[in-house]
Write a protein that binds this ligand. Structure first.
Ligand code: KDO
Length: 341
């Protein structure tokens, strides 16, 4: 549009249009002091609102808006409402999403050697997990994630220790007792392999569909950390919890590298600090909760089974160590993970 026609439009459209045009920064000689546009950070997670790893995103938002007032617009989307569970890394790489928690199983699809963290009975407890991922091993294993996935992990949150939950009353002592049990696992081959290693018949399903599947009997059970099981109310449609402790699970609060790399170093530091504050809030609450939920479930009339965890550990570890997954684990990494105290 020439300057002449532009002026003409303004004259005929009146002052209101002028104000809008100026506010949008389209006017000639628009004032330089105009408010900077905020960087939008859309977050997508499958977490349900009551879960700590859903609430932690509010901590992220509050912390960031306090440390960098007016610079960011953090938008939280729960219940996989924005992106389907497991599709978040691709959405971030394509530039359609700025942040998401991603799992070791998500990462393994692109960085196969990361599958070491999908194996049961490797990470011992939440403290071991934090030391592994926040130390030299973390720095090393996140490098190919940044290079190959175009996402930048900023903090490691403890998702909890996964237990098996069954819709029927059943006594499970060893993996043999799970034979033929249709155990729901998240939908990827890395997750299904874990279900198989536990002795069950794994069935892929998104988290959001688990409640109904338990209720109708499409599946016989599912595995999840107890706080998530409570937040999603799976106890309403289950009778038995088998305390297998089979996976000390993590999610990595990650940002699209395109977004992260476009920020100033000061902004990057604030975003990282906010992600770490969120993970800390989640970890503290979740650890406290995990200890108390067993009694809560007992009080609700659920059967809590203490299986032969050594039998599960041996079966799961043997299955992984003899699999193709283990063949590509970096030499010596397992020993180094075990040596972290
Ligand atoms: C699940 O689907 O079982 C799982 O626990 C897998 C995790 O990686 C994570 O996606 C989690 O669901 C969701 O955040 C819902 O709690």
């Amino acid at each position: 549009m020439s300057q002449k026609t532009f002026k003409h439009v303004l004259q005929s459209a009146g002052l209101k249009t002028l104000a809008v045009v100026a506010a949008l920064g389209l006017g000639f000689g628009a004032p330089q002091t105009m408010a900077q546009t905020k960087q939008v950070i859309r977050i997508s997670t499958a977490a349900v609102p009551d879960d700590w790893h859903a609430k932690m995103w509010t901590v992220f938002k509050d912390t960031l808006e306090k440390s960098a007032p007016g610079e960011f617009d953090v938008q939280i989307h729960l219940n996989a409402a924005l992106f389907k569970q497991g599709t978040e890394p691709a959405a971030m790489a394509r530039g359609n999403l700025e942040m998401a928690p991603i799992s070791a199983q998500d990462i393994s699809k692109i960085v196969p050697e990361f599958s070491i963290f999908t194996a049961g009975y490797i990470i011992r407890d939440p403290d071991h997990q934090q030391k592994v991922f926040n130390g030299p091993i973390g720095a090393e294993v996140f490098k190919p994630v940044i290079q190959k996935m175009e996402v930048t992990p900023l903090a490691t949150a403890y998702l909890g220790t996964r237990q098996v939950m069954l819709r029927e009353d059943k006594n499970v002592k060893t993996p043999a007792d799970l034979k033929g049990v249709k155990l729901r696992m998240p939908a990827s081959k890395e997750w299904l392999f874990l279900g198989e290693a536990l002795g069950a018949t794994p069935t892929p399903l998104a988290f959001g569909e688990v409640y109904l599947a338990l209720k109708t009997g499409t599946i016989d059970g599912q595995d999840n950390p107890l706080p998530s099981t409570r937040a999603a109310k799976f106890y309403e449609v289950s009778k038995t919890v088998v305390m297998t402790d089979h996976l000390v699970d993590a999610i990595f609060l990650s940002m699209a590298s395109k977004t992260f790399n476009a920020m100033t170093p000061a902004q990057q530091q604030k975003v990282k600090a906010a992600a770490q504050a969120a993970a800390k809030y989640n970890n503290e609450n979740r650890i406290k909760d995990e200890a108390a939920i067993v009694d809560e479930f007992k009080a609700k009339g659920m059967k809590i089974v203490k299986p032969d965890v050594d039998a599960f550990r041996k079966a799961v570890q043997d299955k992984y160590l003899n699999s193709d997954y283990a063949k590509i684990w970096p030499k010596g990494l397992l020993e180094r993970i075990n040596a972290v105290k």
